[in-house]
Design a protein around this ligand. Structure first.
Ligand SMILES: NC(=O)c1ccc[n+]([C@@H]2O[C@H](COP(=O)([O-])OP(=O)(O)OC[C@H]3O[C@@H](n4cnc5c(N)ncnc54)[C@H](OP(=O)(O)O)[C@@H]3O)[C@@H](O)[C@H]2O)c1
Length: 352
């Protein structure tokens, strides 16, 4: 008997919830037999969300000691955590505890072909961002870390603007990540005024440049990168300021043409985050734009032939979702990856 393809998502937060929706929506197209999802905390506030996911074909997984409480809330529990982990073909961890879960569970699981964790989980596995280091990804490596949304953004800028003869031709790249204070779905964590971040990493400033460095290191590039971060009181997208010193001459026309020709970059005449976010809400997949970055073209400048400066926006959480799906589909059937991703192309915009 052939083994079922089962995708198991751990966590139902900003990243987990839309991923469960995507996997259940495109299940037939992607050859997925079953989607299971783990929710940790039984909460009346989350009942509608959990029921919606179950009614769309997801099967609920909970810890043994929380089972009765979930049942009391009226949910149909399908599996316990241990059962679901052994049944799964691919496990997509969408919690801030991917490394802990790896040590506690995943390292011992023999059933699954692959495990993914998200941006905060440095060291979980080989870093990955769709279109950045595709060539070194292989279903033989079971642990993959999907880098954070801002790391996706930094990386696509480098791979688009600083590229020359197939290599990143960069003297130095500096970035300021102006982070939304919290997600649109969050009640906690909002800030009343901008709050500057510490430079925790002595070499790279913050984890954003460090993670981009490690991502490019997988393809043999060692880049000089530095990032700073500040939280600002918005819920709409992150804003990234970039300053790239190239090792070759360029022009503003050339930079704009490179940006326009990369399908992972959504170019726009808009400068207002509200308008861009609103476009995503109206035309995206449940509001998500799946590009790596949105580039307000009028902000890009070339103050001297070897320097490119500008602003861009990190599209909600869409870039991490796309990479999570691509990594999962590679574990399921690497030969069908590109064809299977076709259904998501309508949400990857050339222009906004
Ligand atoms: N938010 C973004 O835009 C974004 C973008 C890119 C990457 N990421 C990355 O995605 C990951 C998740 O972030 P998020 O924003 O989706 O978080 P979130 O909205 O706070 O959701 C976290 C989820 O993880 C569950 N959880 C937390 N600790 C757990 C544990 N020890 N075991 C099992 N479940 C646990 C929570 O379950 P309960 O609520 O049921 O307790 C919740 O469903 C992080 O690595 C983050 O860096 C986030």
């Amino acid at each position: 008997m052939t083994k079922k393809n089962i995708v198991h998502v751990v966590g139902t937060g900003t990243i987990g919830e839309p991923l469960i929706g995507l996997f259940t929506d495109f299940k037939e197209k992607w050859g997925i037999d079953e989607v299971t999802f783990h929710k940790r905390t039984p909460k009346a506030d989350d009942r509608a969300m959990v029921e919606h996911l179950i009614n769309h074909g997801g099967r609920l997984v909970v810890d043994e000691d929380a089972r009765d409480e979930f049942t009391r809330l009226g949910h149909r529990v399908s599996f316990t955590t241990e059962q679901a982990l052994e049944r799964a073909t691919v496990i997509v961890d969408c919690t801030p505890a991917g490394n802990d879960n790896k040590a506690k569970h995943y390292d011992r699981c023999t059933g699954p072909k692959g495990f993914l964790a998200q941006g905060s989980e440095f060291g979980f596995g080989k870093p990955y961002a769709r279109g950045i280091n595709e060539e070194v990804q292989s279903p033989d490596e079971r642990f993959v870390q999907i880098v954070s949304c801002n790391t996706h953004n930094i990386s696509v800028l480098l791979k688009t603007i600083a590229i020359r003869d197939g290599k990143i031709n960069l003297a130095a790249g500096r970035f300021v990540c102006m982070r939304r204070a919290n997600d649109v779905s969050d009640n906690k964590g909002f800030v009343a005024a901008p709050e500057a971040g510490k430079h925790d990493d002595p070499e790279f400033g913050t984890h954003h440049a460090r993670d981009a460095y490690h991502l490019f290191q997988t393809v043999g590039e060692k880049l000089n990168l530095f990032s700073s971060a500040i939280k600002i009181n918005t819920q709409y997208m992150h804003t990234l300021w970039f300053d790239l010193d190239l090792r070759h001459d360029t022009t503003l026309e050339e930079v704009k043409s490179l940006l326009r020709s990369n399908p992972r970059v959504a170019c726009t005449n808009k400068r207002s985050v509200n308008q861009i976010f609103s476009f995503g809400r109206d035309h995206g997949y449940f509001g998500r734009i799946l590009n790596q970055t949105v580039m307000p073209m009028s902000t890009v400048t070339v103050p001297n032939p070897r320097k490119v400066v500008g602003f861009c926006y990190t599209p909600q959480d869409g870039n991490s979702l796309l990479s999570s799906i691509a990594a999962t589909l590679r574990f399921l059937d690497a030969s069908k990856l590109e064809a299977n991703l076709d259904v998501l192309r309508p949400y990857i915009f050339r222009e906004i």
